[in-house]
Design a protein around this ligand. Structure first.
Ligand code: HAM
Length: 414
């Protein structure tokens, strides 16, 4: 029975079978973050539009084409958050976290919104998990960030993951390179897509990220930033690499790696999974040493990443089965319903899972339902106050004293 309505294009309902898988991913991430001291933070689902224009960058696809922006009733321009780093930096400044011991290590999980053309692994409302270490320029923080995401994907068992690593250098050192790249792009203008041509002046690095075949061919011969890293940037990058090697994390240097947000400086990285097809990036991030200053704060170096929960789910490709219930409390007579619910409460307080019949089924129907939900045992409450415990595996049934119930169910479970 379909209603007249459907979830909006690019969005989806998270049904229980899906929710279980997500819960496992979020719980695994939460444990990894906690063990490394990345405290949870949550920011609003919408922010002032200008935060993203300034933070993410006016020349990016995200700001140019993909933001869900609207005017609120007070005439302010509001945007559903397309990403989490600019909002977290806003919160860091707003709450004076720059006065705390640095770095401030934060983690998050939640919905994000981008008006992109929907396809496999690309949605208009999607979910990210992420971590940020704000207030340190140490290469240790870059390596630690990468390690957290590598650990998460490994612990979840995501197959075929590869780590690509690059460096954008610092903005000063980058400008000479950008001039060289622009000259190269102008010389190859005829081979480039319209989109790339239009952005030669404002965002030439994006040419490395184009899907268009002509642009890709032209970019194969382009000068790369990695060849132009200067002293301190090169040293920083070498140290990140050495730290990853010491931690046993395999990576591939990708001189053409760029990311879709303007705030990156120095280290950038991307975890890809070939099995995902076109949208192969599971997660990525990098250093953003200028972002907090850009938002009006003091110079504050930082590094972090985000991973797409839907992409992790697609890569895992498996449904997580529901946990079987410890017990189902069936009534042989309707007079026992109150007792059944009270006993279910006691079992639940003892940490066991228990269900009662909420649909007025016959005893036969209740046993069928118990079987359906995979209950290990059924307690049948008889009209005379006695009770039978039935093992659903063996079909054996024996009388139990109500006082022994928790022990009978919990005790046998252990
Ligand atoms: P991002 O690369 O734009 O980075 O997004 C991170 C991840 O979110 C992607 O790798 C992908 O898995 C997922 N993702 C992005 N867009 C979509 C979409 N439309 N549908 C499904 N999944 C999507 C950031 O957002 C940065 N804030 C990461 C960061 C944190 N950098 C430093 N700190």
């Amino acid at each position: 029975m379909a209603s007249n309505y459907q979830a909006p294009r690019g969005t989806f309902d998270i049904l229980p079978a899906d929710a279980r898988g997500r819960r496992r991913i979020e719980a695994t991430a939460a444990a990894i973050f906690a063990r490394a001291g990345y405290e949870p933070i949550a920011t609003p689902a919408f922010e002032d539009t200008e935060l993203f224009e300034r933070g993410v960058g006016r020349s990016t696809d995200i700001v140019r084409k993909e933001m869900f922006s609207f005017e609120d009733k007070g005439g302010r321009s509001i945007t559903l958050r397309p990403e989490g780093t600019a909002p977290i930096c806003r919160a860091y400044l707003e709450h004076g976290m720059h006065k705390l011991a640095q770095p401030v290590k934060l983690s998050y999980s939640g919905p994000f919104f981008r008006h992109e053309r929907p396809q496999a692994g690309r949605f208009r409302q999607f979910h990210q998990l992420g971590a940020e270490a704000i207030g340190t320029d140490s290469p240790l923080a870059d390596a630690e960030a990468i390690m957290l995401l590598a650990d998460l994907l490994a612990e979840l068992g995501v197959p075929g993951v590869e780590l690509r690593l690059g460096s954008l250098g610092s903005p000063g050192a980058r400008s000479a390179y950008l001039e060289e790249l622009k000259a190269y792009l102008r010389a190859h203008e005829a081979e480039l897509s319209k989109d790339v041509r239009e952005r030669i002046e404002i965002n030439p690095l994006r040419a490395f990220d184009a899907d268009d075949e002509g642009t890709r061919l032209a970019m194969a011969g382009a000068p790369t930033l990695l060849e132009h890293l200067d002293g301190e940037d090169a040293e920083h990058f070498a140290e990140v690499r050495a730290l990853l090697e010491a931690a046993g994390i395999a990576y591939e240097i990708d001189p053409t790696l760029v990311r879709g947000l303007d705030y990156y400086t120095r280290t950038i990285f991307s975890f890809v999974c070939a099995e995902l097809g076109a949208q192969s990036e599971i997660g990525g991030g990098g250093r953003y040493d200028g972002l907090i200053e850009q938002l009006g704060g003091p110079p504050t170096p930082a590094v972090g990443w985000a991973a797409g929960i839907e992409r992790i789910m697609l890569a895992l490709g498996e449904a997580v089965e529901a946990e079987p219930r410890d017990a189902f409390l069936a009534v042989a007579d309707p007079s026992q319903r109150r007792r059944a619910l009270a006993l279910a409460g006691e079992l639940r307080h003892a940490g066991l899972s228990a269900e009662v019949d909420l649909a007025g089924r016959s005893l036969k129907g209740q046993l069928k339902q118990a079987d359906r939900i995979g209950a290990a045992r059924v307690l049948i409450l008889e009209a005379d106050g006695s009770a039978q415990l039935r093992d659903m595996g063996s079909g054996e049934q024996r009388p139990v004293e109500p006082g022994d119930l928790i022990e009978a169910i919990g005790g046998e479970r252990r």
